[in-house]
Design a protein around this ligand. Structure first.
Ligand SMILES: C[S@@+](CC[C@H](N)C(=O)[O-])C[C@H]1O[C@@H](n2cnc3c(N)ncnc32)[C@H](O)[C@@H]1O
Length: 250
């Protein structure tokens, strides 16, 4: 999956992940003194909310992208930011009171291992929580684009990535050893001035939208565009998105 640059990420996904981070932080409702780990932090949408609500020096972010971590260090200099993956967290057991992950579980090479690592580094009684867009029911920010690309290309509708379907985050947390696991849904929306603004952002090659038009000829790409336009109109408009979420106790 492609994450080509911080600016492209901010414009394409950051406009959703920033408001989602507020909803996620409200839902998880941590103690302000909690030592928090943000797994798959990207350039820091959730990290910024945690740093504002908690003591910034008690917040740590980790992401495999050196560019994202460099941007996060610039934005949040008091936060410890580390390059690394969820599947091999470079922290001892019981390092944190909470390990959170926003919009990253579906990108993990081994999601069960990543969640087990989040549990390992969290103290007994602490919180592990994650959220991922609902791709199953086409409620992700990119879903209008993905559905049109799928229909035109004839690709399969099924998105089998971890956490993208109802109940799967709850299952991952339960199987990783969490107790009292609860699930929910979180909403976030973003505004666009025009259809052209929206369309151009989907051509930046970011995340789940990347590569979806590869192999389509010009007429097919135009047909994807026409279907999206028919669905969204000229603008201005807002796109509403919904994420699955789950939290559990270690
Ligand atoms: C859609 S972004 C979410 C970023 C941020 N949490 C946010 O809400 O804006 C997905 C992130 O997962 C990260 N990622 C990909 N593979 C990962 C892995 N194995 N472990 C941890 N993070 C990973 C990517 O580098 C990217 O920053």
């Amino acid at each position: 999956m492609s994450f080509p640059g911080v600016t492209a990420y901010d414009e394409f996904m950051g406009r959703f992940s920033a408001p989602l981070a507020v909803a996620f932080a409200d839902w998880v409702a941590l103690d302000p003194w909690a030592r928090v780990l943000d797994v798959g932090s990207g350039p820091g949408a959730l990290t910024a909310v945690m740093a504002a609500r908690n003591t910034p020096r008690r917040v740590t972010a980790i992401d495999p992208s050196e560019d994202f971590i460099a941007a996060l260090r610039e934005r949040l200099p008091d936060v410890a930011a580390v390059v690394g993956t969820a599947e091999a967290l470079p922290f001892p057991v019981n390092s944190f009171d909470a390990a959170l992950s926003e919009l990253a579980v579906h990108f993990l090479t081994d999601a069960p291992a990543g969640i087990r690592e989040m549990v390992r580094v969290t103290r007994p009684g602490g919180t592990v929580a994650a959220c991922v867009w609902d791709f199953e029911n086409d409620r992700a920010p990119q879903s209008v684009f993905l559905r049109a690309a799928r229909e035109v290309s004839g690709a399969s509708a099924r998105d089998g990535r971890p956490g993208t379907r109802r109940g799967h985050l709850k299952l991952l947390l339960t199987e990783a050893g969490c107790r009292d696991v609860v699930g929910g849904e979180l909403s976030a929306s973003a505004a666009y001035e025009s259809f052209d603004e929206w369309w151009d952002l989907h051509l930046l090659g970011v995340g789940s939208a990347a590569g979806r038009l590869d192999g389509l000829d010009a007429a097919a790409v135009e047909e994807v565009r026409r279907r999206c336009h028919a669905s969204l109109g000229d603008g201005p408009f807002r796109v509403e998105a919904v994420a699955w979420t789950a939290r559990g106790t270690v």
